[in-house]
Design a protein around this ligand. Structure first.
Ligand code: HEC
Ligand code: HEC
Length: 432
């Protein structure tokens, strides 16, 4: 992969100068187009192609496992659930506690704090409909099944699927919304206040195991529907075009006015991003993520146990009754479900995490799966030096990264480019 980092013509004017010496010049010169007004940096044909792959961001692909994915009533219900703290035990924590619209749907904290402090950093929810795997470790394969986790996790909202059923059944508004979309709620008579198979509470677990199989199935279906409504809402949180998108359009259409959307520094940063920095190797496609799992060897946060990442995530996904191939999926034989059959767990997955999207990244500090880095400056410094990098397991892992040895100017340019991925907020109506 080191060759890729040195592709001719991908390293900016200075790299082109080096290319002169290195002899890969003629092609580079052939490709160079005179800079238009607003364009501070030249981009050759290969670079233009790379930039075109990063923009525009299309609407999210259809989600066959969720029949309600694009149902407006389900999205409205999901939005009401998202902002409702009464879904949590103690009625204090809603999804928006950690995914605050004012902070690009994050919490601004290194580690999430719900009922207790968790062990991972809260990712943004923007463009969630574009992802193939969810969570840092990919332990869910659909957006709707992802949303079920926090409702029951004791450090987050700490409720149970039966507790949630009582809550929805007891609230006239939620009840009417649910039943108009999904049909009658399961009966609540003689149900204990709480029960779930996914808990550390032995009473709630025993209560679940005492329920007849048909009731458990009906409650699971209800629970999945709650996730499908939440997902219908989340699928609307797509970022409007960022300055970078305007620039990319300008480059494609030869529109000089649009090229002024990026400062000269951001344009140099873009050149680094797709060239010598090799960032697009993983942060590729219009959501700036290949959707896959990699280790970039970030040292763990002090005081936290080693995190196995994808290795444990994939094992959990395969045994999750709410996965794309399961009984509650609306397309258990569809493409999303088949994908699950193709991925095999390997020891190299140990300590790998999903490549995060970089859209709006300047608004989602701190960074990395445990919030290890407080600023973009720190992130870029890390990629430049790989200072403190650790091998996550004892296993041979991909070594796609080399220290980039960026100058101060190059680091500032790269950050200017990352900042150009900030979009205006989504509609106010979706933020409350
Ligand atoms: C206590 C804080 C907290 C609460 C409450 C919370 N989340 Fe999260 N959320 C997180 C953290 C932390 C992660 C990453 C966890 C991981 O990867 O292990 C996450 C991950 C996600 C993701 C995956 C994003 C991705 O890129 O993979 C989605 C979607 C999501 N949450 C939606 C929700 C919804 C919907 C709710 C309410 C039902 C909710 N969250 C409640 C902290 C929270
Ligand atoms: C080998 C794949 C790969 C390459 C190459 C790569 N990244 Fe990343 N990037 C990742 C992964 C994986 C993470 C999350 C790692 C973690 O949490 O441990 C990440 C995290 C980030 C983050 C933090 C995002 C967040 O929300 O926490 C930023 C910013 C970032 N990368 C920018 C870059 C830039 C700039 C480059 C090029 C200099 C680059 N990356 C190159 C895979 C890569």
């Amino acid at each position: 992969m080191m060759e890729a980092a040195r592709e001719p013509g991908c390293g900016g004017a200075r790299a082109a100068g080096r290319g002169l010496v290195g002899g890969a010049v003629s092609l580079v010169l052939l490709w160079m187009l005179p800079p238009a007004h607003g364009q501070a940096v030249e981009f050759d044909a290969r670079e233009r192609k790379a930039i075109a792959r990063l923009s525009p961001l299309p609407p999210p692909p259809p989600s066959a496992t969720n029949r309600f994915a694009d149902d407006p009533a389900a999205a409205r219900f999901g939005q009401a659930l998202f902002f409702d703290p009464r879904l949590s035990v103690g009625e204090r924590v809603s999804c928006a506690t950690c995914h605050d619209p004012a902070l690009a749907f994050t919490d601004g904290k290194p580690l999430a704090v719900g009922l207790e402090t968790g062990t991972r950093n809260t990712p943004t929810l923007y463009n969630g409909g574009h992802q193939r795997w969810y969570f840092w470790d990919g332990r869910c394969d659909t957006l709707w099944s992802q949303t079920l986790g926090p409702l029951e996790r004791d450090v987050e909202m700490g409720s149970t699927r039966v507790g949630l059923l009582h809550r929805i059944a007891g609230d006239a508004g939620h009840r009417a919304a649910y039943e108009s979309i999904f049909g009658p709620l399961p009966a609540t008579d003689e149900l204990p206040p709480h029960a779930t198979p996914k808990t550390t509470n032995p009473y709630w677990l025993a209560a679940w195991e005492h329920l007849p199989a048909e009731r458990r199935d009906a409650i699971n279906r209800f629970f999945a529907n709650i996730g499908k409504a939440l997902a219908a809402y989340l699928r609307k949180l797509n970022t409007p075009p960022a300055p970078f998108d305007t620039f990319a359009t300008g480059l494609r259409d030869g529109d000089p006015d649009k090229l002024t959307a990026l400062s000269p520094a951001a344009q140099r940063g873009l050149k680094l991003f797709i060239g010598r920095g090799n960032c697009r190797l993983c942060h590729n496609g219009p959501n700036f993520s290949d959707g896959e799992f990699h280790s970039i060897f970030v040292p763990p946060r002090e005081g936290l146990a080693p995190d196995a990442g994808r290795y444990v995530g994939l094992a959990r996904l395969k045994s999750d009754p709410f996965n794309a191939a399961g009984a509650y999926s609306d397309a258990p034989d569809g493409a999303e479900a088949k994908l699950l059959g193709f991925v095999a767990n390997r020891t190299e997955n140990y300590g790998t995490y999903k490549t995060p999207s970089l859209r709006n990244v300047a608004r989602t500090a701190p960074y990395m799966h445990q919030g290890q880095f407080e600023s973009l400056e720190r992130v870029v410094h890390y990629y430049s030096t790989l200072e403190g990098a650790v091998q996550a397991g004892h296993h041979a892992q991909e070594t796609l990264l080399v220290p980039l040895n960026l100058t101060e100017q190059e680091q500032a340019d790269l950050i200017a480019f990352l900042r150009s991925l900030n979009s205006p907020d989504v509609d106010e109506a979706l933020r409350k």
